[in-house]
Design a protein around this ligand. Structure first.
Ligand SMILES: Nc1nc2c(ncn2[C@@H]2O[C@H](COP(=O)(O)OP(=O)(O)OP(=O)(O)O)[C@@H](O)[C@H]2O)c(=O)[nH]1
Ligand SMILES: [Mg+2]
Length: 446
């Protein structure tokens, strides 16, 4: 934390501008030593300066330098950002110069790690910085930005405050049982309070399912027997010839994937090998993968052929998937109708693309995508969700113990555990090891 660190903060490659960022107590002194323009140690905070970066007498680049003095900066330390002409050679040369002049190369995510360790942001906010960078859809971006402003921290902090109040009450009762004017903690007074906390946590976990859909996108597997037109449907949805289509049954041997956005959600389609009994080893593996995709997908499109009667095997596939995860698409509507089917289905074909819009609508409706409110705070981070589940477990245990008339001092242990788990979400309670792994997933320069 004492070192002054530097890194290239923009993507490495050709571009109009690259930014090399320096943060730490010697940032101004070090950049000044390679900058010809003015003495940066004497300028005001949040100002931009024109000049040249020089290696002794050699000019390396004409630059603009932004100076931001602590504490109102990304890391809460002095920060200097050098705007160079974009390009690998120039940018690397400036980075090397900084390293020779006393900076240390920043580790991945180290600027954000400092922002956390210096108390400018908490862990959920730091995690959403990364989510913002890797967002694959507009909704994922919006969710990350919301979390960056602290919406999760706020919910978690409120829960912690409620728990602390309960803990304080219990402590007072245990420590000063003789006082008559303090509220006596009993099962009757504790239970309702704990149940409110439990319900709030449980809601957060339920909502996090939507958070996951928003952040990671929705996996939709396209399954069915060979030759019904699964790959043709994938290609039509992606508007791209991604998967091979032939009239030979068993064309697709491996998973083929592609994504589109629907209502701001990333939808990842997974075309699979036609499911049938086969002796062909490669196809067999493909069929196994299809079955796996069928089980792990958020939604399954089961494709049937309008021109054929339904087989027992197809009925089996349909029974494998629960109603809330299944859409039946009857393809080849351009051919003579020979299928009879009792379940709800969408009819269409990939020749004149009839029914594909209805299929997209069915996806939106099945997953209730139109009803996912933008105003709710969704946890989408696996680490955070895992911790809130642990906290919920502890509160559940506390409630059970209380109902079984166990001593309040025993109940207190689980309540304290819940309080600690919640603290780990925001980083009020943390271990160095966790922090190191967490930030190592960030990009360099962030
Ligand atoms: N008439 C008609 N033919 C179609 C339609 N969709 C696909 N086909 C044809 O059906 C055949 C099989 O299409 P694919 O998309 O390869 O079928 P698949 O389900 O991926 O087959 P496998 O990969 O073998 O499991 C091809 O000859 C397609 O041109 C359709 O809507 N109408
Ligand atoms: Mg195929």
């Amino acid at each position: 934390m004492d070192d002054t660190i530097c890194a290239i903060s923009t993507a490495v490659g050709s571009g109009a501008i690259s930014i090399v960022r320096v943060s730490g107590k010697d940032a101004l002194k070090i950049v000044s030593s390679i900058f010809k323009g003015k003495d940066l140690t004497k300028v005001e905070s949040h100002t931009i300066h024109y000049g040249f970066i020089c290696d002794k007498d050699e000019k390396i680049d004409e630059v603009l330098v932004s100076v931001m003095l602590a504490p109102k900066t990304y890391t809460k330390e002095d920060i200097v950002e050098i705007n160079t002409h974009g390009g690998i050679i120039t940018t690397n040369r400036i980075l090397e110069l900084l390293l020779e002049s006393g900076c240390r190369l920043a580790e991945a995510g180290e600027f954000t790690k400092r922002a956390f360790l210096n108390g400018r942001i908490d862990l959920t906010q730091a995690e959403s910085v990364n989510d913002l960078i890797i967002a694959k859809s507009d909704n994922a971006r919006s969710l990350a930005l919301n979390n960056l402003s602290g919406s999760i921290s706020e919910s978690v902090k409120k829960l912690r405050e409620k728990i602390v109040e309960i803990l304080a009450n219990i402590e007072v009762n245990i420590d000063y049982p003789e006082y008559e004017d303090i509220e006596v903690v009993t099962e009757g007074s504790l239970l309702p309070k704990l149940k409110i906390i439990r319900d709030e946590m449980s809601n957060m976990i339920t909502n996090s399912k939507n958070g996951k859909l928003i952040k990671e996108g929705i996996n939709v597997a396209i399954v069915g027997k060979p030759n019904v037109g699964k790959s043709s449907i994938l290609n039509a949805l992606l508007e791209e010839d991604k998967a091979i289509v032939t009239d030979i049954a068993g064309t697709t041997r491996d998973i083929v994937e592609g994504s589109i956005t629907l209502n701001g959600f990333l939808i990842n389609f997974i075309d699979t090998a036609g499911i049938r009994e086969t002796d062909d080893l490669v196809e067999k593996i493909g069929v196994e993968r299809s079955k796996k995709a069928l089980n792990t997908a958020d939604l399954v499109i089961i494709v049937l052929n309008n021109n054929e009667t339904i087989t027992g095997y197809e009925k089996e596939i349909m029974q494998l998937v629960s109603e809330d995860k299944k859409i039946i698409f009857v393809n080849k509507s351009d051919l003579e109708n020979k299928i009879t089917i009792k379940d709800d289905y969408v009819l269409g074909n990939t020749i004149d693309k009839n029914g594909l819009d209805s299929l997209k609508k069915a996806i939106i409706n099945k997953l209730n995508l139109n009803n996912i409110s933008k105003d709710i705070t969704y946890m989408s981070n696996v680490r955070q969700i895992d911790l809130i589940k642990k906290a919920l477990n502890s509160i559940d245990t506390a409630i059970k113990n209380l109902e079984n008339n166990l001593l309040v001092s025993i109940v207190e242990i689980d309540i304290k555990n819940a309080w600690n788990y919640l603290g780990e979400i925001t980083g009020e309670v943390y271990q160095d090891e966790l922090i190191d792994t967490l930030f190592s997933n960030f990009c360099l320069g962030k």
